[in-house]
Design a protein around this ligand. Sequence first.
Ligand code: XMP
Length: 511
Amino acid sequence: MILVLDFGGQYNQLIARRVRENHVYCEVHPQSLSLEKIREMAPKGIILTGGPNSVYTEDAVTCSPEIFNLGIPVLGICYGSQLMAHLLGGKVETAPTSEYGKTEVTLNEAGKSSKLFEGVREKSICWMSHTDYIAKAPEGFTVTAFTPVCPVAAMENAERRLYATQFHPEVMHTEQGKEMLHNFVYSVCECKGDWKMDSFVKTTIAELKAKIGTGKALCALSGGVDSSVAAVLLSKAIGKQLTCVFVDHGLLRKDEGDQVEAVFGPEGPYDLNFIRVNAKDRFYEKLKGVTEPEKKRKIIGEEFIRVFEEEAKKIGAVDYLVQGTIYPDVIESGLGKSAVIKSHHNVGGLPDFVDFKEIVEPLRLLFKDEVRAAGRELGLPEYLVSRQPFPGPGLGIRIIGEVTAEKVKIVQEADAIYREEVAKAGVEGLGQYFAALTNMRSVGVMGDGRTYDYAIALRAVMTSDFMTAESAQLPWEVLQKTTSRIVNEVKGVNRVLYDCTGKPPATIEFE
Ligand code: XMP
């Protein structure tokens, strides 16, 4: 196991992810973790992360210098490297020139024979982000890399297996960062590399079992990847002590409610209590006459919580509330300063009246693709594991203007056709694609008669982070086939449009 000690930098979980990619188990803990605990954990290596402080300020976060005497290899990154230098008698100062972004780093002769840089080119681009730097390496250390303005871009004491880099090997922009972390875990720490997703699954189930014991847990299951994987982990750990409440708000994609029930309900393979609440009439009633997008979102979000609470009350007090929070949610909720473009439901909205003692978030440390891998490991069906993101308010925000049962049906049918055709054509690389119902009606002709029907908008975007997106250039044949099927098969639609707008200026969803 590799232990990452967190000094408050931005990329800490990314380090853990990079280590896990090397099939080595990794945990991130606060920098205050006691020496005793570290000894007990017996990691094969320790990584000290970056952080926002300066080592020489009074309130700088630090760790015990004894960490370097445990005989365990240590890699200090950015702030971690400065801390290593500072605690071992080197000199850290404000750099005359700060370095931010892509920077060419050169290995010196010692660097070329360093275990950390095996297979790394003499000159390569690394990601820098620092205002302080190591002005003088501690005694016993050798400088291994430099830049024109940073004399100690990397240093090491190979005998004591202490390594430090001023740059961030975990960040994608460090061209050979992957090799460096690979070298650290294999050549320096001598890890075996036998950790895989099945180890995460096994360990997590065992931990949940130990933590929850005979207690009861409650999970709001949406049928999305995250809550589904979290629910299965819990069900494997505690079986029927887990109750999953699935609120079907009538704004799901075609047949989705039944698909969720098939997997998690009594006919499915998992051992848990499953409650499906068919609440669509309630939601449609509340949405009657409402056209303003934010109002619709609020109504759906609040009603969702009310329904969930009502079910929870019937169950009574539980010990744990299960949340499918994943790592990007953790980062995003930490930001909170950006302007509210849309009030995302199911992010941070906790029910007030559910009686529970603690929240469990078994996926808190995973990225989305890791969650999917865990889902496959747990035997969840592929259609559920590879499901594209679907917003909490569901089709409610893919129907412009007032939501009615008739409009939901139209958009469900059109969307199902679209997804079928995209899948049939094997189009790859789409971040999200769906049909939306514009509130526009226009004149058409069918047979010999005039029609005055709705226009469906098709959207497909390519994105890696969903913060920005490009409209995808779908093959024309796919668009034509989808269009012809929609106008022929979906009653009430006589026109299909394709949305070519990127984000910004449009958002991915229509409301
Ligand atoms: P926008 O429309 O803001 O969407 O460009 C970005 C991503 O977020 C999803 N989205 C939501 N997800 N609750 C969610 O869980 C919401 O209220 C919500 N609104 C938008 C959207 O589907 C896209 O993936």
